[in-house]
Design a protein around this ligand. Structure first.
Ligand SMILES: [Zn+2]
Length: 335
């Protein structure tokens, strides 16, 4: 049996329910769990490590003038890398996701043309806020609660660049606790799995994550950043060439980069997923919801690939799609 965990990063208080519904209804209808790495209290001006505005914070206060300012900023950010390390295209960086919400007068919104409606105007009054706690999007919270196929895990706290890098233990503990509190106060279960923004954790942050979470999902592990008491186990993992391993109490999972990415050729994605599944017992597939809604329109081809992937996985008798919670509670492979 081979196991798959689908992890979608960057859902936050500004994420329209319609986006998740559009992407994941075919997964949920097939009984395939979707793990959402949710940003508990997203920074209104969350930026990439190179200083560009992140595209997962949809801003409805961007008038055309402000929007072009953001575009300029993004164009300066040419050549940046995404969370998974792929080179972002220059063209895509110049576009603002905000345009999806506020189409200019006289221009029919492409999403509307496909019968896909966004409801984000409720955020306008909060435009000057520094952060958006998840609880401030009740429709999104209700949607997650009403669809048990979604499994919420914690993705940082504010998603500031490298917010879990360079932290002391007390600082890391405080930020982790704040993020967890924001999810719980929104009415979601206490998360048991953690994902760091841009996969960067300081050694003290590793220690505090291990203290609080049953699973850490990340891209890779750098031995210099790991607590010294983990080095022996890490050496054994390297010797066995295993992508997944354990600290004393936390399961440590790596993933093979973002296979479901808008930076890949759509026609090659499913093939590379199938290849990856064959190479290891458990594969964590990482994607980002907002990548399917860039360039001010739905990326129909990319969305089709996501749905084809669900269809393929559901039909394979030797493959099981599980949640991180399944892994924690014994309904998956053991490590
Ligand atoms: Zn992220």
């Amino acid at each position: 049996m081979r196991y798959i965990i689908l992890r979608d990063d960057d859902t936050n208080a500004r994420t329209p329910v319609e986006c998740l519904e559009r992407l994941y209804r075919p997964w949920l209808d097939r009984g395939l769990p979707v793990n959402l790495a949710v940003i508990p209290d997203v920074a209104a001006d969350a930026r990439t490590p190179r200083g560009a505005l992140e595209e997962f914070v949809w801003r409805d206060d961007e008038t055309s003038g402000q929007r072009s300012a953001h575009r300029d900023q993004r164009s300066e950010d040419r050549g940046q890398r995404s969370e998974c390390g792929e080179q972002k295209s220059e063209d895509r960086n110049q576009r603002s996701a905000a345009g999806i919400q506020n189409p200019e007068p006289g221009i029919q919104h492409p999403a509307a043309a496909s019968g896909f409606t966004f409801h984000v105007s409720r955020f306008t009054r909060e435009a000057s806020r520094a952060t958006y706690p998840l609880a401030e999007n009740p429709p999104l919270v209700r949607y997650l609660q009403d669809n048990p196929g979604f499994h919420v895990i914690q993705h940082g706290c504010h998603h500031d660049p490298f917010e879990f890098d360079l932290l002391s233990r007390p600082e890391a503990a405080e930020l982790l606790e704040l993020g967890t509190a924001r999810l719980v106060e929104a009415g979601l279960p206490r998360p048991e799995t953690f994902v760091a923004p841009h996969d960067k954790l300081s050694r003290p942050a590793y220690q505090e994550v291990s203290h609080r979470f049953r699973v850490l999902s990340t891209g890779w592990f750098e031995w210099r950043r790991l607590p010294a008491s983990w080095w022996l186990r890490y050496g054994f993992k390297k010797f066995r060439r295993s992508p997944h391993w354990r600290s004393s109490r936390t399961l440590l999972l790596s993933h093979p980069g973002c296979l479901l990415s808008c930076h890949r050729q759509p026609g090659t994605i499913l093939e590379s997923i199938i290849y990856q599944i064959k190479t290891q017992r458990l594969t964590v597939l990482v994607t980002h919801w907002w990548e399917y809604f860039r360039q001010q329109r739905l990326d129909d081809r990319f969305i089709a690939v996501l749905h084809e992937t669900a269809d393929y996985l559901a039909k394979q008798r030797e493959i099981r799609v599980i949640s991180f919670a399944d892994l924690i509670h014994g309904s998956g492979p053991r490590f």
